[in-house]
Write a protein that binds this ligand. Structure first.
Ligand SMILES: Nc1nc2c(c(=O)[nH]1)N[C@H]1C(S)=C(S)[C@@H](COP(=O)(O)O)O[C@H]1N2
Ligand SMILES: [Mo]
Length: 370
């Protein structure tokens, strides 16, 4: 019966032991907690019609940039940590007898769910940073629910292992040879993958940005583009484009007239959910002012529609706290230049503390929605 890896003594490394697993578990746990909380926030922000969306503040302006940067950084750091942790404990996969009791069977099942959920979560997240979606299911919902599955699995796992964790929490007097070197290499691997990818959102790490899929300073007008005008089919902006603003007193307004309204500037980032972010100086008209001209009362939410004919970001809901914020603009310029077609010419929305997906380009219409 007991063949191959099921035999006694096949795993000879001294590092397949609980203290190493506990140390790695702490690091991995910290990365996962940061990743889960920042992910939860991102999910809430991307559902502006949800019940909690109205409670999220429009400040600090760089809030989402920081939390989503942390989400991607902690997720990437979790990859080598999970690898090292699984290597440390994988001999347990072949433990004998495979099942000792009902409780033991349940615990092993829980670990199977936990490991599968974590692998799927990190895999889908990593491919998302590459803007690659080679699966038929919707990314955001799947990533969200698998995140909960992993969290549940982790809590069960921590409860089941609590006595073992407690016994190995403190550094033992006698150390296992090689443990320090192993943990140091894992820490070095985490540092390397983090430092070579964080430059996609952290400006001073840009020179080290070797592995990230994005350089946040490359693209028209020094900003990256996720969906170009050609991809969105909005290259041909209708001649005589006029913005439609719907409210109690609806009106239409052309580019010349928009340029004659009071102009404002705001330094705000595009913080893409995929992990890159970049700041720019935007210029244009306050959304609050455009809505007030249509007779919208303060505190109104606004629906923004793009010229794009289809696409998941064609229609965007903007809760009142962003509409009323003086930094929220219908931008006509970036860094003093007319918007490039890829950045949303003739007009795009830019608001503080929101995910990039909600910074709608090629705006056709604003309307009071609530
Ligand atoms: N209409 C429309 N607006 C859009 C998108 C889109 O696909 N269609 N993409 C969004 C995403 S995912 C991001 S990150 C930002 C990118 O803005 P940029 O191309 O100006 O850098 O625009 C957002 N606005
Ligand atoms: Mo994005």
């Amino acid at each position: 019966m007991r063949r191959g890896p099921f035999r006694d003594g096949v795993f000879r490394s001294a590092l397949h032991e609980p203290r190493t697993a506990v140390v790695l578990g702490r690091w991995l746990g910290a990365a996962l907690v940061v990743c889960f909380l920042t992910g939860l926030l991102s999910h809430l922000l991307q559902d502006p019609t949800g019940r909690l969306a109205g409670l999220l503040p429009a400040r600090p302006v760089n809030g989402y940039r920081v939390t989503q940067g942390l989400h991607v950084v902690s997720g990437i750091a979790a990859v080598p940590l999970l690898g090292a942790k699984l290597w440390t404990v994988y001999p347990r996969l072949f433990e004998w007898p495979p099942v000792r009791s009902a409780a033991h069977a349940l615990e092993r099942l829980g670990i199977a769910v936990l490991v599968a959920a974590l692998l799927l979560e990190l895999f889908t997240g990593l491919l998302n940073t590459l803007q690659w979606y080679p699966w038929p299911f919707p990314f955001r919902q799947t990533h969200f629910w698998v995140g909960w599955l992993a969290t549940g699995g982790l809590l069960v796992h921590l409860a089941a292992k609590a006595p073992l964790i407690a016994r190995n929490w403190r550094r033992p007097r006698l150390t296992v040879p090689g443990r320090r070197a192993f943990l140091t290499s894992v820490a070095a691997a985490v540092g390397a993958v983090t430092l070579t990818t964080a430059g996609q959102s952290v400006a001073w790490l840009r020179p080290l940005n070797l592995l990230a899929p994005r350089r946040p300073d490359l693209g028209p007008q020094g900003l990256p583009v996720n969906r170009t005008a050609a991809q969105a089919g909005t290259v041909e902006v209708p001649a005589g484009w006029r913005l439609r603003v719907d409210g109690p007193r609806p009106y239409e307004i052309g580019l010349d007239e928009l340029a004659r309204l009071p102009q404002h500037e705001a330094v705000l980032p595009i913080a893409c959910v995929e992990g890159w972010s970049a700041s720019a100086r935007w210029g244009g008209v306050r959304v609050a002012e455009l809505m007030a001209r249509a007779g919208a009362p303060a505190g109104s939410a606004v629906r923004v529609t793009s010229l794009e004919e289809e696409g998941p970001y064609r229609v965007m809901e903007m809760p009142a706290q962003y509409v009323d914020d003086p930094l929220t603009l219908l931008a006509l310029r970036v860094d003093g230049e007319t918007l490039d077609a890829d950045h949303g010419f003739p007009a795009r929305v830019i608001a503080p503390n929101r995910p990039g997906v909600l910074q709608t380009k090629w705006v056709a219409r604003l309307e009071v929605s609530r």
